[in-house]
Design a protein around this ligand. Sequence first.
Ligand SMILES: C[S@@+](CC[C@H](N)C(=O)[O-])C[C@H]1O[C@@H](n2cnc3c(N)ncnc32)[C@H](O)[C@@H]1O
Length: 315
Amino acid sequence: MKKHPLPRLDRDQAIRARLAGVCRLAPGEVWEDPRQGHRVGCLDAGSATAVARLCHTDGLPPATLAIHDPPYNFVAFEQRRVDAYAEWCRQIVANTAAHLAADASLYLWTGADQNNGFAPLPEIMAMMRDSGFTSRSLITMRNQRGYGTQQNWMSVRQELLYYVRGCPRFQPQYTDIPKKVKGYYKDISGERTENTARGRGETLRAGNVWIDIQQVFYRMEENVNGCYAQKPLKSILRIIDASSAPGDTLLDFFAHAGTTLLAAELTGRRCLTMDIDPLFCEVTIRRLENYRQTGRTGWQNSNPFALELGQESGA
Ligand SMILES: C[S@@+](CC[C@H](N)C(=O)[O-])C[C@H]1O[C@@H](n2cnc3c(N)ncnc32)[C@H](O)[C@@H]1O
């Protein structure tokens, strides 16, 4: 395995200065993929005009699914008041609603800081009540690594809120977990059956607690060094398969490592995505290009800029 780790691209000013010249997008610009029609914008999700620049339909049907993963660390570090953060999220949701089909799904990743009144989860839930979307599920994804002290339960959860408007598609999803435990007897047409006989699949149907998804770390092919908040591809694929159809358009206003864009490519959807940071826009475009060239979903323990940083030869 190649070892070319990168520090966090948002924080390391020396690396940012070295890579400034390689970014294809300047703030305000949009990259168009000639092959699948994906778009990546270097835009601010809080601006209605910026979002409109990304989301114009060009005669295609509007998006049926949005998957947003806004940063909330500034709430955790109390750099922004939680009520101001919830108002910012309200604007993001309004900007999304303006470009979604009448029947559409919206997934919002968020956090619940146990050391700060579980912010911002309750504020986001309250804000969403008059957003025009209906609540459908509160999903918890279990991380493998946690944080906390011996004086508290280790925190291993990530929260995912699922909302709909109208009546969008929903396809049940199945985990890789075999059905092992028998039980839940029920009489059907006079015959006693147990759950393994009644179920549709050999494995468990995914519920609203996901324990079967590996958190991204440097040994996984999909790892993108330099990113600090990359979601597992498997989690995004599950959402896409459940809540959209091949050929649909998807929105993700917080691209970062480009996970939703790659998942859209893998499943035959079109993705309109943005990031406010030109470096993460470049990572997102390179992740798609790298997949098309190599079939690999990430750089494992290398990184998207190894050539420019002199860590790898071009050969
Ligand atoms: C939590 S990460 C998203 C992770 C992503 N789901 C993935 O799997 O890689 C949040 C991203 O939002 C970007 N961001 C922060 N503020 C933004 C804004 N106002 N508009 C667009 N992007 C923003 C950050 O640069 C960061 O890359």
